[in-house]
Write a protein that binds this ligand. Structure first.
Ligand SMILES: Nc1ccn([C@H]2C[C@H](O)[C@@H](COP(=O)(O)OP(=O)(O)OP(=O)(O)O)O2)c(=O)n1
Length: 365
């Protein structure tokens, strides 16, 4: 059964491609379509710009690039993108959306876990990562590696797009009902407000010393975003242990990988997104949030006990995080229909049933 509103599932994304609503420079990769999203691929050049920018209502991205480009980098054979610099890369995919179809974009989880800041922009945009209904034109990705320099190439996939018809977010009451039947977040007293269900931080950790997370090192070697399991964890990350203290002092502007206390569950007819929890004073936040696929943490798809990985930064002042502190909220949306594939089942998914997990690029020494 198909709903009138909702997030497009894999089958409908294939249809967008077949009907010319999704246009690509070359055929789609076999695994590019996920249960509720499409991975976006880098095109053949990156433009180093002086600063990030918003196209605004009177300008295309190309108009602004003419003014702001410092130099052009060829990505055909791979190139290094340096920390602290801003690059704009035209993507291989472009759109000719129907009037009732909008989209939103997000860094892939692997991209967030590497602290690579990315967002998609489109012509005449006044917001990043939001693509208005009916948009026709090119997509561009802004990339700014924050902690590690990276190697990317034509075809690398750093971000993903979801397509949406109408409004399909669950209300607080609907979330509570769904939680009662499906246990969305493994917590006895779910904290639901503002359309989201709270996730809190685990600072007790695992193992004898209580491994709670990792802090990114500085001045490291380069990470190849297209290679799995090749980089040594300790060359890039400093492990953090609770040693019975259940708290962690965040240093300003350092990057941390932590994990949620609760297991998370996204039933097949839903897609979820993490929104950063804003403590109003703004000292710390989950930096990359991200999409959660239908089937993530779903027992029949091998996902029991999957935690959410949290990429955290503190700003301005050192900040003490305590075990169980709220750090993000999951909002749930209806899928328009049941996806053909679910996260974790035969899709080569990297993070099903994960605990505290660094990105797929690392191997333990
Ligand atoms: N802050 C976040 C965001 C996402 N996820 C989980 C839920 C997602 O369903 C899963 C995979 O997310 P992506 O598809 O964005 O990640 P990748 O494409 O990098 O991984 P995969 O290759 O497994 O699809 O990671 C997480 O634990 N913490």
């Amino acid at each position: 059964m198909k709903r009138n509103s909702g997030i497009l599932a894999d089958r409908a994304i294939h249809e967008l491609f077949d009907t010319g609503r999704l246009i690509t420079e070359q055929a789609l990769d076999g695994d590019q379509i996920q249960p509720a999203s499409l991975d976006l691929r880098l095109g053949s050049k990156a433009l180093r710009v002086r600063a990030s920018f918003m196209p605004g209502p009177n300008s295309t991205v190309e108009d602004k690039l003419k003014r702001l480009t410092l130099h052009e980098i060829d990505l055909e054979n791979g190139a290094v993108l340096e920390t602290g610099c801003v690059y704009i890369v035209p993507l291989m995919e472009s759109l000719d959306l129907a009037a009732d179809l909008s989209a939103s974009t997000n860094p892939k989880s692997s991209t967030g876990r590497l602290d690579i800041f990315t967002r998609v922009m489109v012509d005449y945009a006044q917001e990043f990562d939001k693509i208005p209904a009916g948009y026709t034109g090119q997509l561009y990705l802004e990339i700014s590696p924050r902690t590690f320099p990276i190697i990317v190439r034509r075809g690398s996939r750093l971000s993903q797009i979801r397509f949406r018809i109408g409004h399909a977010l669950l209300t607080d009451t609907q979330l509570l009902d769904l939680h009662a039947s499906e246990t969305l977040v493994a917590s006895e007293t779910p904290n639901v407000s503002g359309g989201g269900i709270a996730l809190s931080i685990d600072l007790k950790g695992t193992g004898p010393d209580g491994l709670v997370g990792y802090r990114g090192k500085h001045h490291t070697a380069v990470i190849d975003v297209d290679r799995k399991g090749v980089h040594d964890v300790l060359d890039f990350w400093e492990p953090l242990y609770s040693r019975g203290r259940d708290e962690l002092i965040l240093d300003p502007d350092e990057f941390y990988i932590l994990v949620s206390r609760e297991a998370v569950h996204v039933p097949p007819l839903y897609a979820a997104e993490m929104t950063p929890y804003d403590p109003l004073v703004g000292e710390f936040r989950v930096h990359y949030a991200g999409f959660f696929d239908p089937g993530f943490g779903h027992a029949p798809a091998g996902g029991s006990g999957s935690r959410a990985v949290l990429e955290v930064r503190s700003h301005e002042v050192p900040y003490i995080l305590e075990h169980g502190q709220i750090i993000g909220r999951l909002v749930y949306e209806h899928m328009q229909e049941h996806p053909q594939g679910l996260y974790g089942t035969g899709l080569g998914s990297n993070y099903q049933a994960q605990g505290l997990k660094l990105s797929k690029h690392f191997r333990l020494s």
